[in-house]
Design a protein around this ligand. Structure first.
Ligand code: 5AD
Ligand code: SF4
Length: 545
């Protein structure tokens, strides 16, 4: 069994891709190990959304290069968005990279690894020439992907999702929560975003495939499913299409943003909308305790979706709906397709229908031409709405995007940093106020992690007494320092999430008690709040089912 290591950068879509890759390679006899030092094959599943994520991956690639130069026989694969974006340039600049595989070609990864292994074996015996680039590269290539026909848009990628391993006895990862993809790629072309280039056209999976995958996960013990898509509320599947894979319905290319401006996007009875999909999963899989979805696009989020959420108790009252900016001028430059007023209208409508809703989002600061006034408008939006949290990013110019080509990155780094910190501080206040509203309530929490907190409370025991005691190593007597450390107290805490994705931490009596809560949905009484989490009191262990 060949030891293999995978590290994932970036978003949940990448996490799911890594999970599928692991399932695929484990089935072929590879053994995943927790540290790169233990592996012969090392895979980096990369992200290109911001430069920082890419720099991190390059530094890892550099470390593997040093290990290879020191004589270690390793295979290094770069998969995901950075591979797709860099293309063959990556091989030229980092010759230690053996193979590359874009996010749309992951079904071909085992073959690439196999090609490199065979070529290495042959080379060690002086048998052969170096492996041809084509045999160690699987990239979609931007242009070819965009022009793919419906017929070809899907095929092998869908089979990768469909071949997902459902192992109730698996010990890897969180077995209680899982991601299920409903769309791939994106057609929105926000001007700053590299995703439409790296992940290609937006493809919508057939609803039957999605429901089936959810059912099988629940049969394998999963109780919480998060549906994934770049803009989930734009999910729309047209039935009766002539396009099939082996007689079964095939995935379809989704419309661009402009399609939602015309009446042609109106659903008919032969269409499964996002609302229909949510209702189907909720109603057809009663054993699924929590259904959530990310990411929502703040446009075209209809009342039909909100009604299904309201009428389906196991659909989480949670929305991750990135506003990106609070300035209409900047939103226009970003090609987001909505105004601040429309965003606020959408959020107000959602809270009216779902009073217990939790709202999260993303903002970008320092977008080209962003003035102090634009930034103040962003601050005003953050103050106005009850966001539980916002991910805040400094604008990072990405080659290949419209903003990179047309707009100068003219906001100095110091201003970006200042605005980033300012918005974070503001969000911290808003998060605290939002979290405090839950104090005194009883909330269902799905616990998935045990934390230990170590404290050395006896101040009077300091300074530490240090004694020198002799020990014997290979017959030689050495003096070694032996510190008299004050007694450390350990608290066990279990940490989980509410349906609204609020983090709850609860103290437990001991390790065993805390482990008993893992993987269960438990009602906790919320007794305190901070900007990041809630503190909950738990029932006694014997009250659990
Ligand atoms: N610079 C900064 N942030 C970005 N995001 C996407 N592209 C960029 C970029 N070029 C952020 C957006 C998006 C999140 C996933 O990443 O806020 O919602
Ligand atoms: Fe990127 Fe915009 Fe698509 Fe989100 S909706 S993935 S920000 S292009």
């Amino acid at each position: 069994m060949l030891p293999i290591y995978i590290e994932t950068f970036g978003c949940q879509m990448n996490e799911l891709d890594s999970e599928l890759v692991q399932g695929q390679l484990t089935a072929l006899g590879y053994q995943f190990v927790p540290r790169p030092e233990e592996a012969t094959v090392i895979l980096y599943n990369t992200c290109s959304v911001r430069e920082q994520a890419e720099q991190k991956a390059y530094s890892r690639i550099g470390i593997i290069g040093a290990r290879k130069r020191a004589g270690e026989n390793l295979i290094l694969g770069v998969i995901g968005c950075m591979a797709e974006r860099d293309g063959l340039d990556l091989f030229r600049r980092h010759p230690q990279v053996d193979l590359m595989c874009g996010p749309g070609e992951l079904d071909r990864l085992p073959q690439l690894i196999d090609n490199v292994r065979r070529a290495n074996a042959a080379q060690n015996l002086n048998f052969s020439e170096p492996l041809a680039i084509a045999d160690r590269t699987a990239l979609a290539g931007n242009r070819s992907r965009r022009s793919r026909t419906l017929q070809a848009a899907e095929d092998n990628l869908e089979s990768l999702d469909l071949s997902r391993a459902f192992d109730p006895d698996s010990t890897s990862g969180k077995r209680h929560s899982a991601y299920v993809r409903i769309t791939r790629g994106c057609n929105k072309f926000c001007t700053y975003c590299v995703v439409p280039n790296t992940r290609g056209a937006e493809i919508h999976r057939p609803p039957d495939h999605i429901v089936d995958e959810c059912k099988r996960l629940v049969d394998a013990g999963v109780i919480e499913i998060t549906l994934l898509g770049q803009t989930v509320n734009h999910y729309r599947y047209q039935h009766g299409s002539a396009v099939t894979i082996d007689g079964r319905p095939a995935p379809q290319v989704g419309p661009g943003l402009s399609a939602f401006r015309t009446s042609s996007a109106r659903p008919n009875e032969r269409t499964t909308t996002f609302a229909d999909l949510l209702a189907r999963i909720h109603d057809e899989i009663p054993a699924l305790k929590r259904l959530r979805f990310i990411t929502s696009y703040p446009r075209d989020f209809g009342d039909d979706i909100l009604s299904v959420m309201r009428d389906s108790p196991r659909i989480c009252r949670y929305l991750h709906a990135p506003a990106q900016s609070g300035s209409d001028r900047i939103l226009k430059l970003m090609n987001r397709g909505y105004t601040v007023g429309e965003y606020v209208e959408f959020v107000d409508r959602a809270f009216t229908m779902l009073p217990d809703l939790c709202l999260a989002g993303d903002f970008i600061v320092g977008f080209p031409t962003e003035t102090d006034e634009d930034f103040q408008q962003t601050c005003a939006l953050v103050k106005r709405l009850p966001f539980k949290n916002n991910f805040i990013f400094k604008y990072s110019p990405r080659p290949g995007t419209t903003a990179f080509d047309r707009l100068k990155d003219d906001i100095p780094e110091s201003v970006k940093r200042y605005r980033n910190n300012k918005l974070l501080a503001l969000q911290t206040e808003v998060s605290l106020a939002t979290h405090q509203q839950w104090v005194g309530r009883r909330l269902e929490v799905l616990f998935d992690e045990v934390r230990t907190i170590r404290a050395t409370p006896q101040k009077e025991a300091r300074p530490l007494r240090v004694e020198l005691s002799p020990i014997s190593v290979n017959g030689r007597e050495l003096k070694t320092a032996c510190a008299m450390i004050p007694k450390v107290s350990v608290t066990y805490q279990c940490v989980g999430r509410t349906a609204g994705d609020l983090i709850v931490a609860s103290n437990c009596n001991n390790e065993q008690d805390s482990l008993d809560f893992i993987g269960k949905i438990v009602i906790a009484e919320i007794v305190a709040a901070s900007p990041l989490l809630l503190t909950g009191l738990l029932p006694h262990r014997h009250d659990l089912d």
